[in-house]
Design a protein around this ligand. Structure first.
Ligand code: ADP
Length: 478
């Protein structure tokens, strides 16, 4: 083994999930093992989690962890090597990881400061079994204080990396909590932990970690601009030399059209299955025949995802022969706008409000194209599913979308490199023009087949990202 990493997060697929962060945290250990890095994942012991550990062994304890005793229990669950922080006064309560029946937990600052404190202490001192990481990898604001505790505590050789999965959540707390959160008063200034008069856990990580990463190279650059940095652009820009963009991978076992149990199987070469999936999708959504490209949309329905741009662009698209099947849920006004667009275009546009994993697989398998018109997108997964399933992505040229799809420009077509359609600026006209290009590309059978086949062969597994993280850990700990 090359080294050891403690990955600290608030979510992990198979145990507790509210978003894409959980997928990444769960995928990294196996991917990193292939690179010679042993990773343990540390999470709060939310209700029921500790009981799943097998075997379970206490490896760290503290009498007073922000208002009560805490201990870390090590064991295996969900195929992972886990360290669960038990602190009943902080985590043993109903609700999700961040919210209870009455909204956000009032002590979220303490809850995740405790996670960060315990992670830093365990990393610095080692566990009772003698395990000590070379690198502490902190994910998002919930672990953002861990690098700060390493920095402000006793000297240590442990290096730290903080990864931004979503800059929109910054873990703000009143300045009066500095002492209670065991942070030195002198760290509260604009070049330190202060964010406009408040304490920011994410900013703490950004200013104290040895390195910063985010989930795509383009997003790493975008974060240094006010349009994307959500107030932290200056902090990130000042640390540009320490900032790394590493694309997320996708689970290529779960997302494989050849073995997917939810679809008629097919490959880039044997595409009969794809045609059957298209017919099934048309039937399932109650569409008529769609002579042009059948697009799909599988998304949270929010402003970030550019959903409000879609209804206006649909008229010309449908007139040109296109169709659209939507699966998503989110803001009520966006749900309504899509349903009204479906009512205006019967037989061509159909909308399902809800969350349905199996249906999403059938949609990628049956669709000719997948729409991802996001205003910002740190990495994005659905464009990669689209590529693997031969649903040609039509994406906004931002963040991870720009890093994973090669636009079918004349030059890229001649060079045999194009895998989809990338448009910007991200506005109604941009989407309208992109859909017109989609119709033209789809009508050019030879080019269409080439673009689709190329996307299906592209590699978006975890090997490449894992190698990039491994190189970064090696650089940090050398
Ligand atoms: P974000 O994390 O911002 O929502 P991503 O593209 O990174 O965007 O990940 C979204 C994930 O959630 C993808 O796996 C996508 O397929 C899935 N998803 C989103 N909405 C739905 C839905 N309504 N039904 C099924 N899966 C969905």
């Amino acid at each position: 083994m090359t080294g050891k990493v403690l990955s600290v997060a608030s979510e992990c697929l198979g145990l507790i999930k509210t978003g894409g962060l959980a997928d990444v945290v769960a995928a990294l250990p196996a991917a990193l093992a292939g690179q010679g890095w042993a990773m343990r994942v540390m999470l709060p012991a939310y209700p029921g989690l500790a009981a799943r550990l097998d075997p379970a062994q206490e490896v760290w304890a503290a009498d007073d962890l922000f208002g009560g005793p805490g201990r870390v229990v090590a064991g295996r669950a969900a195929g992972l090597d886990l360290l669960l922080l038990e602190a009943p006064h902080l985590y043993d309560r109903p609700g999700g990881p961040y919210t209870g029946p009455a909204g956000d937990h009032a002590d979220n600052a303490e809850r995740f400061a405790a996670l960060s404190w315990a992670a830093a202490a365990l990393a610095r001192d080692g566990t009772t079994e003698g395990w000590r990481p070379d690198v502490l990898h902190a994910h998002d604001w919930q672990a953002g204080l861990a690098p700060a505790y390493l920095r402000y505590g006793p000297e240590t050789a442990v290096k730290s990396l903080v990864t931004i999965h979503n800059i929109a959540f910054q873990g703000l707390a009143p300045a009066t909590k500095m002492a209670a959160l065991r942070l030195p008063a002198e760290a509260f200034h604009p070049d330190g932990l202060e964010y406009w008069g408040q304490l920011s856990a994410l900013k703490a990580g950004l200013v104290t970690a040895d390195a910063i990463s985010t989930v795509s190279p383009t997003y790493a650059d975008e974060l240094m601009r006010p349009e994307f940095g959500m107030g932290l652009e200056g902090v990130i820009a000042r640390r540009a030399d320490a900032v790394h963009g590493i694309l997320n991978g996708v689970d290529t076992t779960l997302w494989n059209p050849e073995t997917d149990p939810d679809v008629h199987p097919y490959t880039a070469r044997k595409r009969q299955g794809k045609a059957r999936n298209r017919l099934a999708l048309i039937e399932e959504f109650g569409l008529d025949e769609v002579p042009g490209p059948l697009a799909i949309l599988v998304s949270r329905l929010t402003w970030q995802k550019g959903i409000d741009l879609i209804p206006a662009a649909l008229g010309p698209f449908v007139e040109a022969g296109g169709g659209l099947a939507v699966l998503g849920s989110g803001d009520r006004d966006l749900e309504t706008a899509l349903q009204e667009a479906a009512a205006r275009n019967p037989g061509r546009v159909s909308v399902r409000i809800g969350y349905d994993e199996a249906l999403s697989h059938r949609m990628f398998a049956g669709g000719d194209a997948v729409l991802v018109p996001s205003r910002f997108e740190p990495c994005g997964l659905t464009q990669m599913y689209g590529l693997r399933y031969g649903a040609v992505p039509v994406v906004a040229g931002t963040g991870g979308l720009a890093d994973t799809v090669i636009d079918a420009s004349p030059a890229a077509l001649v060079a045999g490199a194009a895998t989809g359609i990338v448009f910007r600026p991200v506005d109604a006209l941009g989407l309208d023009q992109a859909l017109r290009r989609l119709v033209r590309l789809h009508a050019d059978r030879r080019q269409w087949a080439a673009v689709r086949a190329r996307g299906m062969k592209a590699d978006f597994g975890w090997d490449r990202p894992a190698a990039a993280y491994a190189a970064l850990y090696a650089q940090l700990s050398s």
